[in-house]
Design a protein around this ligand. Structure first.
Ligand SMILES: [Zn+2]
Length: 355
């Protein structure tokens, strides 16, 4: 599965792999929706007595990234192997286990392999799932990343594509004309002078920049991707106001600036945080029992952002030992896969019993 390329927006091959694997195990009801999410319903109950377990299919790596599993000192290295391939593979095994071994109970479950979790996917898969099933759910678990953390709350984000355009010209003959690259550099410098307000943790990042024509051309165009993140909704709005003010200041007759909001991940809504912490403690005990190490509680931007914003209690739990998410050096410990399966079964038992 780790060798099947799945950049955000192009998860189809991995989705097909999951469907074929599940059907080969004799699981009859395997659905998909218009987003290419793969959905396996089990024992679905009327009303809200249902949970969802999800793992995302997409990785941050492009079609061009070479995928190969290299073994180094007992580790398996491959881009995307831990975020989120290994967790998704364990979810496949959990579905097989539940269909074969678990007796029907009072809680129903949708098992899901979803799309659009990474990069500019804007949580498209999770959004679609919550639109379809959100009002039937009392709980969501996302299996993502590593066992050293359990994410009990979400971080929201706003993302923008900013394009600066100027007249440009010849670097010698037209010297003095406005340069899109220099204007963008000044803008970024100003954005990095921002001091976030509020008590939450708020960050910003100019993540990608591109532009210019040649070394002897005054650049006519420069673009960047910029994001702000925070656990507080108001802090994100403040960041946005600062950005818009900075853009306004730099716009002149010679400097055109376009700014498009290309992503918005919501912060926490009104949600039963006591229930989240109660289940997080149980899952933490379970992980400590299996791995010998107690996970820390933290906050992150994950598929859980969408249910949490809607008020559905959710947890993001990692099932494997590994590190280096979003880097070419990403690795997992293959011995942790069987432990991860044990944890997944334990989490399944915990959340389908708990009300
Ligand atoms: Zn992930």
């Amino acid at each position: 599965m780790a060798l099947i390329k799945a950049p955000t927006g192009h998860e189809k091959k991995r989705a097909e792999y999951c469907v074929e694997w599940l059907q080969a195990q004799g699981i009859e009801e395997v659905l998909s929706d218009e987003c290419t999410n793969v959905i396996v319903p089990w024992n679905i109950q009327s009303g809200k007595n249902n949970c969802m377990f999800m793992a995302h299919l997409d990785t941050v790596f492009s079609e061009e990234t070479e995928l190969m599993i290299k073994e180094k000192k007992g580790k398996w290295c491959c881009p995307g192997i831990g975020d989120d391939t290994a967790n998704a593979a364990i979810l496949l095994l959990l579905i097989k286990y539940v269909h074969e071994k678990v007796k029907k109970r009072s809680c129903g479950v949708w098992f899901v392999f979803d799309v659009g979790e990474e990069g500019l996917g804007n949580l498209a898969g999770s959004r679609k799932l919550m639109e379809s099933y959100g009002n039937r759910l009392r709980w969501v678990t996302s299996f993502d990343l590593y066992t050293h953390h359990i994410y009990t709350s979400s971080v929201g984000s706003y993302r923008y594509r900013i394009v600066v355009k100027t007249k440009g010209g010849h670097s010698y003959l037209d010297f003095g004309n406005k340069s899109a690259v220099a204007e963008m550099a000044a803008l970024i410098h100003e954005l990095y002078g921002y001091q976030p307000v509020g008590a939450g943790h708020t960050t910003y990042n100019a993540g990608v920049i591109s532009g210019g024509t040649s070394v002897n051309t005054i650049a006519q165009e420069c673009s960047m991707l910029y994001e702000a993140r925070s656990d507080e909704a108001e802090a994100l709005v403040e960041c946005e106001n600062y950005l818009y003010e900075a853009l306004k200041k730099r716009k002149t007759d010679d400097v055109q600036i376009e700014c498009k909001k290309i992503g918005e991940r919501p912060c926490m809504g009104v949600v039963d945080t006591e229930k989240i912490m109660r289940i997080a403690q149980k899952c933490s005990d379970l992980i400590e029992k299996v791995t010998g190490k107690r996970p820390a509680f933290g906050q992150a931007s994950t598929d859980c952002n969408i249910p949490l914003a809607m008020g559905i209690p959710s947890l993001c739990i990692g099932l494997i030992e590994g590190a280096g998410a979003h880097t070419l050096e990403e690795w997992i410990n293959p011995e942790s896969l069987t432990k991860g399966f044990q944890i997944a079964v334990g989490v399944f038992e915990t959340v389908t019993e708990e009300h």
